[in-house]
Design a protein around this ligand. Sequence first.
Ligand code: HEC
Ligand code: HEC
Ligand code: HEC
Ligand code: HEC
Length: 452
Amino acid sequence: LSRRVRAGAVVTTLIAVTVAGTLAYRAAASGAEPAAGASIFYTGEQRGYLEPCGCSKPQIGGLARRATFLKKTPSEVAQLQIDNGDLVDTVGRQNELKSEALAEFFKETGYAAVNLGEKDFMLGFGYLRYLQSVSQVPMLSGNTVRGDAKKPVFEAYVVRSLKVGDEETPVALIGLMSPKFEAEIAQWNPGLKVRPPTEVLTELQPQIQAEAKLAVLLFHGGLQEAKELAKAHPWLTAVVTAHEAEDYRARAETVGSTILVNAGQKGKYLGRMDLKRGAEGKVEVAHRFPIDMEHTIADDPEVRAILNRYLSHVGDEDLLAKLPKHKTTNGQSYAGTQACLTCHAKPHATWQKSAHAQAWETLVEVKHDKDPDCVGCHVVGLEHESGFRSMAQTPNLVDVGCESCHGPQSEHIKNPVKLKPPKVGAAACANCHIPEHSPSFDFEAFWKKIAH
Ligand code: HEC
Ligand code: HEC
Ligand code: HEC
Ligand code: HEC
């Protein structure tokens, strides 16, 4: 193989890339399942979104659905799963717990390799090594090095066998990082540097081609850089890119016979390439339309259990109580929704019947009532010193209460006429009814439902 490739011809991989329009391809694809084929599923840039929040329905995404999908692939179809990094998107204890849940997920669903992204390095090199031992799934970063060393701090590649047609086919899974992220990585890991990926690929080529027939590069960098790498290294079968957009890129880009693919962010879609043995035993690789992780896919029970364990860790460590608290802008403190009842019986009755009065129960039902990612928008004043702390400490500040919109009113209740709350209007909704959590929000229509 290596001789053939060195001669410049990429004869081992005949690429069947779809250039058809989105819908046309979808229709065509559904009837064209390979009978005894092989697939490589790729994901990346989970960014801490382990499951959809459920604030609007239906929403796509979620690890428990992905697991169901990966596990149900017919057994006669061989498959590999790979991830392109950015498991989380920032620092902090909750992100460590999220990355641990992801590590368990990768193990449970049999991922072959995870390439690290620059955001993962925010967790710190030592922690990442620990994470790798938890998941037992190889973590790659073949051009991240200490100082002037050449040896990377994580592996550069692994080789996994994939049965394509009747033949076991060794596939090299390579993981590299864009040098654009060097400063960001060094900020959290002083001394780490990112070597030029093309240099590393040149060094690895002979070794990889001696061990594998196909080479898939997980490149944690953008499309333009990836294209340059593909141009300089035509022996690459496929390149998975990162940092493109939240939604998938519908079509594969091609450079020579290398395909470049991307399945978006936050785990909404599952990317897929199909491989089959064509004429004369050549492996053909086809880009397939990324798959929506939609609500019709049931949760996998094992992964659901991993997510529940993650949520109980968040609760046990009481991360909610550890959030920073600030002073309120009007200098008053929160009185609680019950404190308004005596003088404002009518608005209170309207509120009582509204969805806002159920917001806490909603979180309890889905087991996210101790989750700092959720509680802020489902209670009163979480970010303030006198605001919500816990159901036990501040029972009058659960739910979206009067003061979620009117602001803290401890002085108004003592001196109602002199200290009147200011008008709030549509701006009162803006912090919570953001597009991500309330995509259909329209002030006129929503206000009608809660007018008082
Ligand atoms: C930025 C604010 C915000 C955050 C953060 C937030 N929510 Fe919500 N949530 C909302 C809003 C607003 C609605 C109502 C959306 C609508 O009807 O348009 C909602 C609705 C919901 C509903 C649907 C209630 C029903 O009866 O249909 C669920 C379930 C929910 N949220 C759970 C969560 C969970 C779980 C999290 C954390 C993972 C979370 N929310 C984080 C603002 C938020
Ligand atoms: C002791 C009685 C009393 C309590 C308790 C009370 N209010 Fe009031 N509130 C009043 C009175 C009286 C007015 C009308 C003042 C006026 O129009 O001169 C008023 C007016 C308001 C207004 C309208 C301001 C305007 O533009 O006219 C809002 C909003 C309001 N209260 C919110 C609250 C909230 C929220 C609470 C609970 C934290 C609360 N109030 C508790 C007596 C009370
Ligand atoms: C502190 C966060 C917060 C603020 C501020 C807020 N909401 Fe909400 N809203 C929610 C949450 C959370 C829900 C979902 C509650 C549930 O069902 O559990 C919701 C639900 C609703 C619903 C019910 C949606 C449905 O589909 O029936 C309406 C209507 C609504 N909000 C209107 C408003 C309006 C209008 C404003 C501004 C005047 C506003 N909200 C301000 C958090 C907020
Ligand atoms: C989802 C946000 C929201 C919640 C929750 C809410 N209000 Fe209001 N409220 C408003 C808005 C918006 C107005 C319109 C006037 C304004 O802009 O202040 C208003 C108006 C009022 C007024 C003035 C009505 C008038 O005749 O001018 C009072 C009094 C009041 N609210 C009390 C309450 C009380 C008491 C509660 C809790 C039981 C409550 N509100 C809950 C958003 C809210």
